[in-house]
Structures are given as C-alpha cells and as structure tokens.
Design a protein around this ligand. Structure first.
Ligand SMILES: Nc1ncnc2c1ncn2[C@@H]1O[C@H](COP(=O)(O)OP(=O)(O)OP(=O)(O)O)[C@@H](O)[C@H]1O
Length: 302
C-alpha cells in the first residue's frame, strides 16, 4: 500500500532552484533513507511534506490525502521531527508527552506503553533541560508515536548523538516501524547509519532524486577503480570490454563496474590490453561506493 506519493515537486528560494521535478513513493512499512550532502535539499523536502513550507508546484499525498483538500486528516497521518526536537525544556519529560497526549486525545494507557518503549526510566519525571540529546530524541520519538502515524519523518535524527545514543535510537526506529507497520522517511549524511536502518535508499543531487535500485540489485557487483596517468587513452582501451557493465571517469580515476565472478578475468584482460595504471582498488557496492559514484563520479558509458 502506498503511504506517501510525491509528484513533480519544484521549489525555489528566490532565484535558486532547490528541488526539481521530485517524484517519490513510499510504501507501507518501508524505511526510506534520503541521502545527500549539506544543502542538497533534504530538509526542504521534509518541510514541504510536513506542510511547513509550500512547494511552487506539484502534488503530495499521504494515504491518498492532500494538504489542500483534507488538511486535518492529512496532518493526522504523519509525525515529523525536523531539525532539533522541539520540547518544553522547563517541563518534565512526562509533562511534555502528557501535554501532547491530551491535545490529541490519546489514552493514558497508550502513552504509558510508549514511555516504557522509549526507555527513559525514572528520568521521565526530570526536567527536559537536564536531558542528553539522545534522551530528547527518544522523548520526541515517543511523542511522535503517540498518534500512531502511518508515516514518520525524521530529519538527521542521529546528528550529535554519542554511539550509545545512536544505537538506542536506531533500535527504537526499526522496532516502532515494524510494530506499527509504519513507514519512515529518514534523512542523513551518515552513510553507515542509513545502511543499518533503511530498507531502501534514495540520493538527492542538484535538487533531483536519484533512485538507487543498484544497492539491492547489484550486491553481486564490484567496482574496480584504476588510477591512471592518461585517462583518455586507457578509457579507449577498456570502454568495450564486454564483462564491464559501466565505465565512469573522474579526474585521474576510471571506475569499472563488473560482476564479482569476473574480477580475475578482468585482470587478465587488462594485462592483455596493456592497460597501465598507478593504482588499483576494488570496492563492493556499498552505499559508500555508490555515494562516491553519484557525487564524485563523472562520464558514463551506458
Ligand atoms: N528559507 C530559505 N531561504 C532561502 N534559502 C533556503 C531556505 N531554506 C533552505 N534554503 C537553501 O536551500 C538549499 C537546501 O537546503 P536544505 O536545508 O533543504 O538542505 P539539506 O540537504 O537539509 O542540508 P543539511 O544537511 O545541511 O541540513 C540550501 O542551499 C539552503 O541554503
């Protein structure tokens, strides 16, 4: 079942185009990671979905509802934590969550089960100003879960957390998505984090989304990276090797994508073709290498 559907979203700030023709779908239970460097537009997408800023054009539906036509229902289908968790620092954790519970007419039993779930312990009765960032994130997550949203939007949730905080929050996000069949859209520039939490990953570059089916599809693929002196002449020698599915070039590096089973065969072909290189690196298609490919890769041979 489709939970979030974004069609052809565009957004500019003054003359600067930040989002261009964005299409995105999220299915029930999916944890989708949105990856991109600083300033790529991750927060802007999340703010638009959350109705905090308006797109210039395009449509967004959550569970088939639009913000324009079904405002109250639309807003009740998701929770978002964008930028820093917003909590009342002078109130206790309990007072914070109880306040939102009352506003949303959620039962005390439900709230208590969430307090247990976020595992803040007795500190729930302490003032939020005494909390660590990790505790604040967990409390915010608990508050976000009160209304049993179909979609949870988290903007860089592990930013600034210590390793234990990261582990705790990661576990909570995965557990709550499973338990409630909730979909999650989570942004980060910490690749290993996204790798561990998400069921699917999407990249944002120059205001456009790049779907990344490769991570799932190409578990069997490796990237061979050659550092060479004369990129163009080496490119001519290797561009038609049939076991290489794609070649990209960036500066003095040539990236060749091949099936893992063909690595030793490729090595022999390189010798046969007198391909000379300064350095050779073999990289698996982890998120990290795909990130390098998208943000640092160049010319494509497809
Ligand atoms: N209110 C605004 N007015 C003008 N420009 C803005 C505004 N909000 C965002 N931008 C610009 O839009 C671009 C995308 O910003 P955004 O915050 O969405 O990026 P991001 O991917 O979330 O980055 P980060 O990882 O640093 O949070 C940036 O160039 C930013 O300067």
């Amino acid at each position: 079942m489709n939970i979030l559907s974004i069609k052809n979203i565009n957004k500019s700030f003054k003359e600067k185009s930040v989002l261009k023709n964005i299409y995105l779908n999220i299915d029930e239970g999916e944890i989708l990671g949105l990856i991109g460097p600083n300033g790529a537009g991750k927060t802007t997408i999340m703010k638009i979905i959350s109705g905090l800023i308006h797109q210039d054009s395009g449509t967004i539906k959550i569970c088939g509802l639009s913000l324009q036509d079904d405002r109250i229902k639309y807003l009740s289908e998701f929770s978002s934590i964008i930028e820093n968790p917003s909590l009342y620092e002078m109130m206790s954790g309990y007072e914070n969550i109880n306040f939102i519970r009352k506003l949303n007419k959620v039962s005390i039993e439900k709230m208590n089960s969430i307090i247990e779930f976020i595992n803040i312990g007795d500190a729930i009765n302490d003032k939020v100003k005494t909390y660590s960032l990790g505790m604040k994130q967990r409390l915010s997550l608990g508050i976000a879960l009160l209304t049993e949203p179909k979609l949870l939007i988290l903007d860089e949730p592990t930013n600034g957390l210590d390793p234990e905080g990261v582990l705790n929050l990661r576990e909570l996000i995965i557990k709550s998505a499973k338990k409630n069949k909730m979909s999650v859209l989570i942004s980060s520039h910490i690749l290993s984090e996204i790798d561990k939490i998400c069921t699917r990953v999407i990249f944002i570059k120059d205001g456009q989304l790049i779907e990344n089916e490769k991570i799932e599809k190409d578990k069997e693929t490796q990237t061979i990276i050659l550092t060479v002196n004369d990129v163009n002449s080496i490119y001519e020698k290797i561009k038609d090797i049939d076991i290489v599915s794609k070649v990209t070039i960036k500066d003095d590096k040539i990236y060749m994508y091949i099936n893992k089973n063909n690595t030793s065969r490729l090595m022999s072909i390189l010798v046969e073709k007198h391909v000379e290189y300064e350095n050779i690196e073999i990289s698996n298609n982890s998120i990290e290498s795909i990130y390098k490919d998208i943000y640092l890769g160049g010319k494509k041979n497809e």
